[in-house]
Design a protein around this ligand. Structure first.
Ligand code: ADP
Length: 397
């Protein structure tokens, strides 16, 4: 990897394509951007350089831009803005790798076909992840593309952590807990030992709290349990997802309210969580600014459920040495962190109130010096994790 060699990371979500470029042997972030609002309203593209200066902007007002059109635009943008940079690989975040894909892999048409078979396991996200891979295989077949799976970090969890209490004829079909946000947790696991060598073999619970939210128990940097399961709707309440739900509720909705599968899916994925409980917004900032009791109830429920999961994950670990906050809410909401840590005092968690209220930038400790459990803030950086994997794979090739 020479100074101007670059790796591009693509993170294609349900209605957006985010991209980042990392350059040189140290993988310094040199460009980042996104196209948002694909398929609806005004799609918007923005790109910024490492200093946050805008280097590209564009709107599409016809509501027609899809993932393929977005990728074509990004490809052209890259061609004109990459002067001097050589793209040595493109890394993709892929939500699901099933049981078979426990690490990053070089993507070719055959592997994409194989991954398509996993679409029933992640019908909302996987097709969106794979669309840019197919587009690039056609547009730039010579550029190696590397798939990094959000499930891979959890593949080695103990059997009981992965199992549902269902008959083998069902579990044999792949109905088991997979866990997600694995690239975020893998990044956290990779930086904690540098932040404090005492954390190398520690029992850690990390909370990735963004629009999607989950928690993961890690021992010595390896996942042992997570709150997301067969799908990314399990576990914590999220922006619009309900999180863990008594499966009997689904039966009730269908039998008594006559809801069909599509209606239940929409309810669980798009109308629940912070949005559903508050009736106001899925956005934590909006809820924190609101005096409406329903906004307070939504936040209180999220805090309560984080606390319940923390106890459960600490039990899976047999103890707790550190708690990590990450993701848009985890990194920015001092009041949510304070509430979670107050409820976790029984585990030996004690915050440094001043450090929590105004944390130092970057990876930083926010617990008091005498806290039995260290509390850390780690800004999420799945993209860098993907770039590291891509670099490793192209250098090994
Ligand atoms: P995604 O999962 O889509 O990547 P993010 O990690 O960006 O999402 O997290 C988005 C969430 O973070 C939203 O609920 C947003 O309100 C919340 N958030 C961002 N900044 C703040 C802030 N300053 N205070 C409280 N919440 C914030």
């Amino acid at each position: 990897m020479r100074a101007n060699d670059s790796i591009i990371v693509i993170n294609a979500g349900s209605s957006s394509i985010k991209f980042s470029m990392f350059s040189g042997p140290a993988l310094a972030l040199t460009l980042r951007g996104k196209i948002e609002n694909l398929y609806s309203g005004v799609a918007r593209f923005i790109a910024q350089d490492a200093d946050g200066c805008t280097v590209g902007e564009r709107d599409w007002r016809d509501g027609q831009l899809d993932h393929e059109g977005g990728m074509r635009f990004l490809f052209d943008f890259a061609q004109t803005h990459l002067a001097g940079h050589r793209v040595v690989a493109v890394g993709h975040r892929i939500v699901h790798g099933g049981v078979a894909h426990s690490g990053p892999e070089l993507l070719d048409a055959a592997l994409v076909d194989e991954l398509e078979k996993l679409v029933p396991l992640a019908p909302l996200h996987l097709p969106r992840n794979l669309a840019p891979v197919r587009s690039l295989l056609a547009m730039a077949p010579h550029v190696p593309q590397i798939g990094c799976f959000d499930t891979a970090f959890h593949v080695g969890q103990p059997e009981e952590a992965q199992a549902f209490a269902l008959p083998a004829r069902i579990t044999g079909l792949g109905v088991r807990r997979y866990g997600f946000h694995g690239l975020s947790y893998e990044y956290i696991a990779s930086v904690l030992p540098q932040a404090d060598p005492a954390l190398t073999h520690a029992k850690v619970v990390a909370a990735h709290l963004g629009n999607g939210a989950s928690m993961c128990a890690m021992r010595a940097g390896r996942s042992v349990a997570s709150t997301m399961g067969f799908t990314a709707v399990d576990g914590l309440p999220m922006g619009t997802r309900c999180g863990a739900l008594d499966p009997g509720v689904v039966l009730y909705l269908m039998q008594e309210l006559g809801m069909d599968v599509a209606a239940v899916q929409k309810l669980m994925y798009q109308e629940s969580g912070l949005l559903g409980v508050s009736g106001i917004s899925s956005d934590m900032r909006t809820l924190e600014r609101s005096d409406d009791p329903r906004a307070k109830a939504a936040i209180a429920l999220m805090v309560y459920r984080i606390g319940r999961e923390l106890g459960s994950l600490a039990a899976a670990l047999g103890g707790l040495d550190a708690l990590v906050f990450s993701g848009g809410i985890g990194e920015n909401s001092a009041s949510l962190r304070a509430a979670v840590c107050r409820d976790a005092a029984w585990l030996g968690v004690a915050l440094d109130e001043a450090a929590n209220a105004a944390p130092a930038p970057g990876i930083t400790r926010i617990s008091s010096a005498d806290s039995k459990v260290a509390v850390w803030l780690v800004p999420a950086n799945e993209e860098l994790m993907i770039a590291r994997h891509a670099l490793e794979l192209v250098e090994a090739a």
